[in-house]
Design a protein around this ligand. Structure first.
Ligand code: BMA
Length: 829
């Protein structure tokens, strides 16, 4: 009796269970093969991927990241390639009313054949293409994709224009522009299936493009609009029984009826006391889960969900007495932006794993950065990148993918661009981290300042500039404002450095330093409203150099190594700047170290000058965070993830609560900067000491650093003290809020540093090793290095005399690492 009751309950329960007829997705990533067109032999291929990676896997080419191999593999980009796979589809799927193949990224000129019928010709690596394959799909299928090399298409497009557009033929092809070679990257123009291919099958309903919009948010009650598309098999049918369930954080929140629109749906919901998303230095990164389920008669047809942070973002560009402001407000709070420019992490995107994203973005937060600019010559990044930026509270300045060139303006090109913008904005608009869409990198500056207008007729100039306006003044801003509420900015920078306005309005790229050879002090004298690029090169880690040369010695003169410096005056500029401020060592290993000190010295000078000028200046993003291959470049983290001196020193200069000093003749000025939302009270101590630790002069007071502030905490005339100490043998030590900084009165190369050993004790810990260092004299820019793979918690620091400095070396290695040391003291007497 009891059994039959249980059975009955079970039956009742089962009948209440919802039935499903939801769309199914099948990733087509197996059994792929590739060949050079015309070859008889097929080789196995990895999808998603690209032809260089596949050739490498079969050892059919040498690794282009080693020595001079880049040159040897150029033929790959000039060749047509074919990819094919076979896949089976079960009967149930075949019977579905809708069968679509979705190509999320084909690089680039691709002809796609399903069972020998041409189903798609694509010409934009940044777009996804969805094809109805219902009429063609069988139980067993063959999918074949022909990739034709880009130069063929580019030559054809070029021949239609009566003039040449700057810069080169890459402008005709919508794919990552850096792959055509850049001043930090190799020329490795890939082709292949670089993002997933999916078969989507569905019957009656499918949900798409969920957008969550809101007006200005505060912390009481907000109205959210859930806007999405409902695809119906029977597009004219009226579905009186169709309901939409809205879930917020997995709880059923609201049930709505079909609003009888065949296509777009809109559901308003109210959220009380919403939790907001903030950049990591200002608050929590709260992310809501929103889900919509479409149902009829207890049957679930589809669901769509997004993880979404709620925040207001404004780009404030207001006229003021000095020009025009440029800063971001998040949830009404003005945010000082600190960070760097981000480029693709690898020439071959399939080599970038989730761990790479995780590590690099942790390094960003670790260095106290709150913004990255995704630069326009790379790619619209993977979903993972933005998900992690959301979670970690990193704001993203997102360029559209146009860089350093003028682009065509024919209808087909413009349509392609419009569609690219629509798709990428739709894909990325849920991410609260994205705070800006920017049209391009340096196209406007190039046109106005780089001689691109020379020898052109007025008509020609007008046509080229009008084509620029069509994309960056009309299509992109319109698309951004239709699809999101994120601000749009036409071009980075607003003005090139040749236009004096660059200091008073908009964002700026300061390449007076480096490209024009100006001294680093230029950063201090010319502070713009928002510095979106400034940079200086340094050599990468010993690991990277060894990899390039495939040799244990640090050889920076080999032909192969020289190929990893892509700036034609790069080596020379590094040396020139080194000679100005630092000693120039002979040994390559020392030269590499010194180059990193020069870079860190110059760029942190810039960062601090910008921060001291807050709120006139409201952002500082240096060029560049990372590398796409092992190289000598502007990056602060090399291709293998090793931090250069700059990343360690930028971390200190980007601290939220921070003291920055200027020393001019006998005047010391002390600026207390607080980018956070809490006031900090602490004693502020300044002391001048000899390198042996004897105190010459000191001063101290209690100081309150107010939230979101910048205050001149001291202006000290130490001329009285001056006669009592030798400027080349003294250090100014500033202590505030647990931080200690060292400033000097003369250039690094003029310091009379003393010679003394550094004592070192290494002990094992759970995650690696602890290193304790001491010395009887001040040791400047102490550099710890080892051949073991790992990360030093701190490096390139000044070690005060007779004080113990403890550093962690995080590593998986069990064996005690052989840690070697260098300091600037080794090079100056
Ligand atoms: C900036 C960037 C890049 C370039 C860098 C260094 O202007 O936008 O185009 O790599 O300068 O030259």
């Amino acid at each position: 009796m009891r059994y039959s009751f249980t059975f009955l309950c079970l039956l009742v329960c089962l009948s209440c269970q919802p039935k499903y007829d939801v769309p199914q997705t099948l990733e087509l990533h197996n059994n792929w093969e590739f060949r050079q067109v015309g070859d008889s032999v097929w080789h196995s291929a990895t999808v998603p991927g690209n032809v260089f990676s596949d050739l490498l896997d079969h050892q059919l080419i040498e690794n282009p990241f080693i020595g001079n191999n880049e040159e040897k593999v150029q033929w790959v980009s000039e060749t047509d390639w074919e990819y094919k796979t076979t896949f089976d589809v079960d009967e149930e799927t075949l019977q579905k009313k809708h069968l679509e193949l979705n190509f999320e990224g084909l690089d680039t000129y691709a002809s796609v054949y399903l069972n020998d019928s041409l189903i798609l010709k694509s010409n934009n690596a940044f777009r996804a293409f969805e094809v109805d394959v219902k009429p063609l799909l069988k139980a067993s299928n063959e999918l074949r994709i022909l990739f034709e090399h880009t130069s063929k298409y580019e030559a054809a497009a070029k021949s239609k224009l009566p003039y040449e557009l700057p810069e080169g033929n890459r402008i005709f092809t919508r794919k990552a522009q850096f792959q055509y070679g850049w001043d930090w990257g190799p020329k490795l123009n890939t082709s292949g299936i670089w993002r997933p291919i999916k078969l989507i099958s569905w019957n009656d309903y499918r949900l798409k493009d969920l957008k969550i919009s809101h007006g200005y948010l505060d912390d009481s009650l907000i109205n959210l609009g859930l806007d999405f598309r409902l695809l119906k098999n029977d597009i004219w049918g009226v579905d009186r029984d169709l309901t939409f369930e809205v879930y917020v954080n997995d709880s059923l929140y609201q049930v709505s009826e079909d609003s009888f629109k065949a296509y777009r749906q809109f559901i308003p919901i109210l959220i009380k006391n919403p939790k907001l998303w903030w950049p990591h230095n200002l608050g929590e990164q709260y992310l809501y889960d929103f889900k919509i389920v479409v149902k009829k008669d207890k049957r679930i047809y589809d669901s769509i969900s997004v993880k979404k942070g709620l925040r207001n973002v404004e780009l404030v560009t207001e006229k003021d007495s000095l020009g025009e402001s440029f800063y971001f407000k998040v949830n009404g709070v003005p945010v000082y932006a600190k960070g760097a420019n981000y480029i693709p992490q690898h020439s071959f995107q399939n080599k970038v794993t989730e761990q790479h994203y995780e590590k690099l973005l942790n390094d960003v937060v670790d260095a106290n950065m709150n913004m990255l600019r995704v630069w326009g010559g790379g790619i619209y990044e993977s979903d993972k990148f933005y998900e992690l930026c959301d979670e970690k509270g990193i704001m993203v300045w997102q360029d559209f993918m146009f860089a350093c060139a003028m682009y065509p303006g024919d209808e087909a090109f413009l349509d392609n661009v419009r569609q690219e913008a629509v798709e990428n904005i739709k894909r990325l608009r849920k991410h609260p981290s994205i705070v800006l869409w920017c049209g391009n990198n340096e196209n406007s500056e190039g046109w106005h300042r780089w001689g691109w207008q020379a020898n052109r007729s007025n008509d020609e100039k007008e046509e080229i500039w009008n084509n620029y306006l069509k994309v960056f003044y009309f299509i992109l801003p319109q698309t951004v404002s239709e699809l999101t509420n994120v601000p749009y900015w036409e071009s980075s920078p607003k003005y090139g450095r040749g236009n004096p306005q660059y200091k008073f309005e908009g964002d700026a790229h300061d390449w007076w330093v480096w490209h024009d050879g100006y001294p680093f002090e230029h950063f201090e004298e010319h502070v713009p409203r928002f510095m979106s690029e400034f940079g200086f090169q340094a050599f990468p880690s010993y690991e990277a150099i060894r990899f390039i040369n495939q040799s244990d010695s640090i050889d920076i003169d080999s032909e192969g190594f020289k190929n990893h410096q892509k700036h034609h005056r790069g080596f020379q500029l590094i040396r020139e700047y080194m000679e100005r401020d630092f000693p120039v060592p002979n040994e390559p290993e020392d030269y590499v170290y010194m180059s990193q000190l020069v870079q860190a010295h110059g760029i942190t000078k810039g960062i601090e000058a910008h921060r001291r000028a807050k709120p006139y200046n409201m952002g500082t993003l240096y060029w560049q965070l990372n590398d796409c291959w092992p190289a000598v470049s502007w990056s602060s983290i090399d291709h293998f993830g090793n931090w250069k001196a700059l990343h360690y020193k930028a971390k200190r200069s980007f601290e939220d609560v921070f003291v920055s000093n200027t020393i001019e003749d006998h005047i010391i000025e002390v600026f207390a900067i607080n980018d956070g939302v809490e006031a900090i009270e602490s004693s502020l101590e300044l002391e001048i000491r000899t390198f042996e630790g004897d105190s010459i002069w000191s001063i101290s007071k209690d100081f309150k650093s107010e939230l979101l502030s910048n205050t001149k905490a001291y202006r000290i005339d130490f001329s009285g003290t001056q006669s009592e100490f030798k400027k080349d043998k003294a250090v100014l030590i500033t202590k505030f809020n647990g931080q200690t900084r060292c400033d000097y009165f003369v250039k690094p190369k003029d310091l009379k540093l003393a010679q003394a050993p550094i004592q070192k004790i290494v002990t094992k810990t759970k995650d690696g090793f602890l290193v304790e260092l001491t010395s009887t004299t001040l040791q400047k820019d102490v550099f710890l290095h080892t051949d073991s793979k790992g990360h030093f918690s701190d490096n390139f620091f000044d070690l005060l005399p007779n004080e113990i400095k403890t550093i962690e070396f995080l590593t998986q290695d069990e064996e005690i690492p052989i840690i070697k040391l260098k300091s600037l003291n080794n090079f100056i007497r």
